[in-house]
Ligand binder design. Structure first.
Ligand code: SF4
Length: 877
């Protein structure tokens, strides 16, 4: 049975801020069929590799199915009463600011709303912050400084209506793939559409760029100040629009220092960009984590906004600054006040009238009257013992916060920690006193808001397993048990949404942007059927763009240009830590991989954490291809696989942020990143840690495949799913005296049949274990990184193969190489062989021959890069 004929449920992808619509159909076996919703305005049927693999991530394996208190399984009544009692006691003894919630952009708006109401209106503290602080707090600060509110002026359509799209600190191809595909499709149709990428790395997005400005990390303000000068000198200031803007003279004066050399860019490239910008009215500047995650993130945002304000290119078709958020409901969190320095519905916590209005609306006994602790400060306060009760919801700060080891220790030392999550097997959940089983994405009902202000329904397609519950229910029940029955007496998410929409009417009355009051009397069926809609949503206005009319939300109604002095990236670490570490994401994984790592397809793309390093730096540091490198900063260290490349600048290195104690414990890269924050936004700088690099010279290296998960005794290991089981890279100091015993422990197979070859003199051992005809696992060991055909070996566990120890595939089954196209499992060796044999010159030809790139399209930039590589190789021969 595959569920054919069952109805489809219309919902939203839970990963990035593009917010794609999906159609879900239960397969009758606990799984889901997933396809893109052709009617959703964000994606119009498209999905990326992560969205398409959603069906592989919904199983109940590894799910937390019941509440736990102090490690013991219990019922909801005990768990919820424990949480309510401990929070109430702590507040009674130490005051409201002694407790905190750390929440997540994975939560639905209704969940977020209840959490914010409970903390700010009833507990009476603003100590609620979200992991969106790590994602786009600098944009929020920048928007508020320039516009008076946190308003995204434009829409996704602007990217298709522009003549120039500037992508700043945004690897759109990997981090917002469907938006990238929309842009790529438009550029293919209209080659006159120019794309400029401004990024210290040559990312997959550069495939689309007419110009890539590979600037030195952290120098964006110098570049955009230079652009502001060029706009002025080139006569491109929109004088009529400037009647709506304050601060031009001061901004220009601050920009008068010529710091363009700080960018490290060729002046001719800078001039080419400036000329393009000056002569192209329809310009959209997209920015993302490369801008936000910086000690000067808010200034970078305002430097970009300055250039759009001064040219009047804002809020019109194809024109405007455009922030794309990392998470599916980062925007929803901003709307309900999930950040410690916001109230709700974009109302100000510092404004007494706003506070009183919200308090009256909620009929609340208290209202927070000052901003709460932002994420980094919150965990510092936990570490100091100042926060004594902490509730963490759907996020994994022991891995993702900067100075992650210190955060892990702080949580471990907290008097009382509650974690709500779908699994108890995260680095953070393992530290909790109370574990609460939450419903997962496919089981939840509510709304999310994507990067272009479109509110979409997320609808449950399957029931929550075990005792798991939606977050709004858990939070409301704790609110009731803390004594606030009426305020948290919700029956369903529709009721919460109506209340949220009604509160937004007050924001509208204060003249603010976020007003969705037209939805405040939505019936339950109306909520069920709610179609995607872009806010504002009032009786008189639905959707559209902001600010073309020159009306802003500042006290005098004018936009504010900011005087921004370029501040060189702080020299934080001195000559002992000479490299600058940039962290980020890979194409097929999401956050700490609690869901995406369940998919063998997604795990096949990049199965191991890595450090991208320029070839000159690698040579200087004594690092060879695929060797291991120890990355050390003043706060921590990690061991990663070296990936030698010219994608990064000399002196700069890059590492992904996804790996955890469960997948690669020595590669938790945020343990290396110090907790430096932007002073305006409180957002951590995740892209500028000073680090030292030293080769990690292991005594032995290994590669293993198995039909069951493995937890090795090794200094370095990285585990990933495969279609038939698991694959493992490992390395260590100190060689085991008995490889058979080591391998039997690794595979947990004390009595399986062993095949083994060993050359102790060369440090080589190869072992395979069978039960009956079936291969259980195989381990390959050498003194250097093991050279075996990994992508062939991963297919063998569970099969009746007998000849494993060569580590090679038979001549009639060539090794496909690392997977590039996740949808059709096409590897790099297959692609390069086909490109050469058939003299291919286009991605279309590859698709016609091998299907690669013809489904979700996420791999198309990599296919283009392979075509280029083949051309370079051919020219060199
Ligand atoms: Fe999900 Fe991919 Fe769409 Fe992002 S682009 S919402 S990850 S399908």
């Amino acid at each position: 049975m595959d569920g054919a004929g069952l109805p489809e449920t219309r919902s939203t992808c839970p990963y990035c801020g593009v917010g794609c619509g999906v159609l879900l159909r239960a397969d009758g076996q606990g799984g889901l069929h997933v396809r893109g919703d052709p009617d959703h305005p964000a994606n119009k049927g498209r999905l990326c590799s992560k969205g398409l693999a959603l069906g592989e991530t919904v199983g109940t394996g590894g799910r937390l199915l019941s509440p736990h208190v102090n490690g013991r399984e219990t019922g909801w009544d005990t768990a919820l009463q424990t949480v309510a009692d401990r929070f109430s006691d702590t507040i009674r003894k130490h005051g409201p600011d002694s407790v905190a919630f750390y929440v997540s952009g994975q939560m639905l708006t209704e969940d977020y709303y209840v959490a914010n109401k409970l903390m700010k209106g009833f507990i009476g503290s603003a100590n609620i912050d979200t992991n969106s602080r790590l994602c786009m707090a600098s944009t929020v600060a920048g928007h508020r400084r320039a516009f008076g509110t946190d308003t995204v002026p434009g829409t996704y359509e602007d990217l298709e209506e522009a003549d120039l799209v500037v992508l700043v600190g945004s690897n759109l191809a990997w981090c917002h793939p469907v938006l990238y595909q929309r842009l790529a499709a438009e550029k293919e149709k209209r080659p006159g559409l120019k794309v400029v990428v401004i990024d210290p790395r040559r990312t997959a997005t550069c495939d689309l760029a007419d110009l890539h400005l590979q600037l030195r990390g952290g120098t964006d303000v110098a570049l955009f100040n230079g652009l502001l000068r060029a706009i002025h000198e080139g006569g491109a200031v929109d004088k009529a629009y400037m009647a709506h803007v304050d601060g031009f003279d001061a901004a220009l004066c601050a920009a008068s220092d010529d710091c363009l050399d700080e960018t490290g860019l060729d002046r001719r490239d800078i001039r080419a960009f400036f000329d393009l910008f000056l002569r192209t009215d329809r310009t959209v500047t997209v920015f993302s984590q490369g801008v936000n995650q910086s000690a000067s993130g808010a200034d970078k945002v305002n430097a970009i906004l300055n250039c759009h304000l001064v040219t009047g290119r804002i809020g019109l078709p194809g024109m405007g600054p455009f922030s794309v958020t990392g998470q599916p409901n980062a925007m929803g969190g901003r709307e309900v006040g999930g950040l410690a320095n916001m109230l709700a519905c974009h109302l100000d916590i510092e404004n007494a009238d706003h506070r009183q209005a919200v308090r009256n609306f909620w009929d609340a006994p208290a209202i927070a009257d000052h901003a709460g602790l932002k994420a980094v400060d919150m965990f510092r306060a936990v570490g100091r013992g100042q926060i004594k009760a902490l509730w963490i919801i759907h996020t994994n700060p022991a891995v993702t916060m900067p100075d992650a080891d210190a955060v892990r220790d702080a949580i471990r030392g907290c008097d009382f920690t509650v974690v709500s999550d779908i699994t108890g097997a995260t680095d953070t959940a393992r530290l909790a006193h109370v574990l609460l089983p939450a419903a997962a994405w496919g089981e939840k009902d509510g709304t999310v808001t994507n990067s272009d202000r479109t509110i979409s329904r997320q609808r449950a397609a399957m029931p929550p397993p075990g005792q798991s519950r939606p977050d709004w229910q858990i939070l409301a029940e704790v609110g009731r048990r803390m004594g606030w029955h009426k305020a948290f007496d919700y029956e369903n998410p529709a009721e919460i949404f109506r209340e949220h929409a009604a509160l937004s009417h007050i924001a509208g009355q204060f003249g603010l942007d976020f007003d969705i009051s037209a939805l405040s009397d939505l019936s339950d069926p109306g909520y069920d059927d709610l179609a995607p809609a872009r806010w504002p949503l009032t009786r008189t206005r639905q959707g559209g763009r902001f600010f073309a009319d020159g009306r802003f939300y500042t006290p005098n109604g004018k936009a504010q240009m900011l005087a921004l002095h370029y501040r060189p990236p702080t020299e934080r670490s001195g000559p002992r830590f000479p490299f600058r570490l940039n962290t980020g994401r890979v194409r097929d994984q999401w956050h700490t991989m609690t869901r995406t790592a369940l998919s063998p397809r997604l795990s096949a793309h990049l199965a191991e954490p890595f450090l991208e390093i320029h070839r000159d730096d690698a040579a200087r540091t004594g690092l060879g291809p695929a060797s291991l490198v120890q990355v050390t900063s003043p706060v921590g260290s990690a061991i990663l696989r070296t990936l030698i490349t010219d994608r990064v600048r000399p002196g700069e290195v890059f590492a992904p942020m996804h790996w955890t104690s469960d997948t690669a414990p020595s590669a938790r890269i945020d343990a290396v990143v110090p907790d430096v924050v932007d002073p305006v936004s409180g957002q951590p700088d995740s892209k500028a840690a000073g680090v030292a690099l030293t080769p990690f010279r292991a005594d032995w290296y290994g590669f293993a495949v198995s039909s069951a998960p493995m937890t090795p005794a090794a200094d370095y290991w990285a585990l990933a799913r495969t279609p038939g089981g698991w694959r493992l890279e490992l390395a260590a100091l100190g060689t085991p005296s008995d490889w058979e015993r080591y391998a039997r422990d690794l595979f947990n197979c004390p009595d399986a049949t062993l095949q083994m070859v060993q050359d102790a003199g060369r440090g080589m051992a190869r072992l395979a274990f069978h039960r009956g005809d079936r291969l259980l696992g195989a381990l390959f060991v050498a003194r250097e990184p093991v050279a075996v055909m990994r992508d062939h070996l991963v297919t063998l566990p569970g099969t009746d193969v007998q000849c494993v120890l060569t580590g090679q595939s038979p001549a009639d089954r060539p090794d496909p190489g690392p997977i590039v196209c996740s949808c059709f499992g096409v590897g790099v060796n297959t692609l390069l062989a086909a490109i050469e044999a058939q003299a291919m010159t286009s991605v279309g030809q590859i698709g016609a021959a091998l299907q690669a790139g013809t489904n979700c399209g996420s791999c198309r930039p990599e296919l283009t890069a392979l075509l280029a590589r083949a051309r370079i190789q051919e020219a060199a021969e």
